[in-house]
Design a protein around this ligand. Structure first.
Ligand SMILES: Cc1cc2nc3c(=O)[nH]c(=O)nc-3n(C[C@H](O)[C@H](O)[C@H](O)COP(=O)(O)OP(=O)(O)OC[C@H]3O[C@@H](n4cnc5c(N)ncnc54)[C@H](O)[C@@H]3O)c2cc1C
Length: 432
């Protein structure tokens, strides 16, 4: 049986950037396992593609996401330039529809500065100033963030995979992890095709399956998760430029981790509206509502017994979910939500659906969404759950932080040199 020093489960943007750092700093025998035939086949290749500036993230409650996103902007830019990957300086306007929402924009401006964003890249504009910039936009006011970029995270993940391979990481594709056996100080990883490998240390960053895998190690036992599909509609090219900036709106329910659908300028030149947030039974239910009955029943069991049950007694959550379902069943309902701030839109401007992606927020035992990423250590394993938006933006810095934590725990030693200089480990750790 093949043995690795470190096995990483999940070839998403997180597992791939972690493999980059470890292989960049150490000469270890590392593998990344994914059940698909390449990296970034799930959330990392099915997102909005925005390199987010963390102005909308609470610096206390979402500290790791905010810091990681801020530091990683320039790290991704370096990769995009070196690999000729898409990097479109599009900017974002976060719009407020009334005085109350305007106060949220003022708070966002302060949060942005606390998170390290420079003052001159966050401008509060009134409706007249915004009309001069975007004549089809209608709102009370907006926060213009010039730094936001559109990219292709699937391409960026593949570029990092290529560097990891040069650093001798083995990518093991089309192997679906089923279970684990603790063998003295090693872990045997069993796949659904009945093959197995062994590793001395395991890192679980398997996205929508991370919590379930962590639970096999008796971790996060009283936590549950829910899966929410984000759907998009693509604007016909004739209408793609009626607004030239990304438009986001102030969240109506800040306690829940979803925003109303946005107007998004994609790096490939298309414009889309989305995503909504429709509850689905598995992290891969990209169409329809129930594709896999056993998983749906098991998810229902989780909801009825875990912290998620409490959410279903929360009237605000139920009202939000009803709204989201409506916008999944009806294109008109989705377009209407964006028409709040771009009233000249019409449902017939959107004739094709975009690529849906699925978020998996984790819910605490008392029924609240966990705001930041969570980690737990097993005997010889490390587990990352709730790695949600803007996780693609923050991946280079956050994965460096994971490696630093493994150093602090004595699992990895302190290396003296880095093999190449795509990103500078020590300077990232100093900033985070
Ligand atoms: C709709 C949507 C829009 C978003 N927009 C943005 C955005 O604009 N900007 C931004 O920064 N972030 C965005 N995000 C968040 C971002 O995409 C995620 O935080 C990030 O991609 C998570 O990466 P990951 O590697 O943890 O997960 P994933 O990309 O899901 O990777 C996990 C991998 O694990 C593999 N895996 C799972 N189980 C197993 C198993 N049993 N055996 C083998 N392999 C397994 C899967 O195949 C998958 O490849 C968005 C997310 C969604 C859903």
């Amino acid at each position: 049986m093949k043995n690795f020093d470190i096995a990483i489960i999940g070839g998403g943007i997180l597992g791939t950037t972690i493999s980059y750092w470890i292989s960049n700093l150490y000469d270890l025998n590392i593998c990344v396992i994914d059940k698909e035939f390449d990296v970034a086949k799930h959330t990392s290749g099915r997102n909005t593609g925005v390199v987010h500036t963390p102005f909308y993230l609470d610096p206390e409650k979402k500290k790791i996401f905010a810091k990681s996103a801020h530091i990683s902007h320039d790290l991704w830019k370096t990769v995009a330039i070196q690999t000729q990957s898409p990097w479109m300086d599009v900017g974002t306007i976060e719009v407020a529809m009334d005085d109350l929402q305007h106060k949220t924009l003022e708070k966002y401006q302060k949060w942005g500065i606390q998170n390290g964003v420079s003052e001159d890249s966050l401008l509060l504009l009134d409706s007249n100033e915004l009309k001069q910039k975007e004549k089809n936009l209608q709102c009370h006011s907006g926060l213009l963030c010039r730094n936001d970029v559109s990219t292709d995270y699937s391409k960026l993940t593949k570029e990092i995979k290529n560097i990891s391979i040069k650093n001798s990481v083995e990518f093991i594709f089309q192997k679906n992890v089923k279970s684990f056996q603790q063998k003295n100080d090693a872990i045997q990883i069993d796949f659904t095709d009945n093959s197995s490998i062994e590793c001395n240390y395991l890192i679980n960053c398997s996205g929508g399956n991370s919590l379930d895998i962590a639970k096999q190690f008796d971790l996060f036992e009283s936590y549950s998760d829910l899966h929410f599909r984000g759907e998009y509609w693509i604007a016909d090219s004739k209408y793609a430029d009626i607004v030239k900036t990304n438009i986001y709106s102030v969240a109506r329910h800040p306690e829940f981790p979803f925003l109303d659908p946005h107007w998004i300028k994609r790096a490939n030149g298309t414009t889309e509206i989305g995503p909504n947030a429709v509850p689905v039974p598995t992290p891969e239910t990209y169409d329809g509502f129930v594709t896999d009955i056993p998983s749906a029943v098991s998810k229902l069991g989780d909801i009825l017994t875990g912290g998620a049950k409490k959410l279903f007694f929360n009237p605000d959550f139920l009202s939000l979910i009803t709204h989201e379902f409506r916008s999944s069943i009806s294109k008109d309902a989705m377009v209407e939500r964006v028409m709040n701030f771009i009233p000249s839109l019409k449902s017939e401007y959107f004739s094709r659906k975009g690529t849906a992606g699925i978020r998996t927020p984790v819910i605490s035992p008392d029924g609240n969404f966990i705001p930041d990423v969570m980690e737990r250590e097993g005997h010889n394993s490390f587990h990352i759950v709730n790695y949600n938006s803007p996780g693609a933006t923050g991946a280079p810095a956050y994965s460096a932080l994971v490696v630093k934590k493994l150093q602090n725990k004595g699992i990895l030693n302190n290396p003296k040199t880095q093999k190449n200089s795509l990103w500078n480990f020590n300077s990232i750790i100093e900033q985070i």
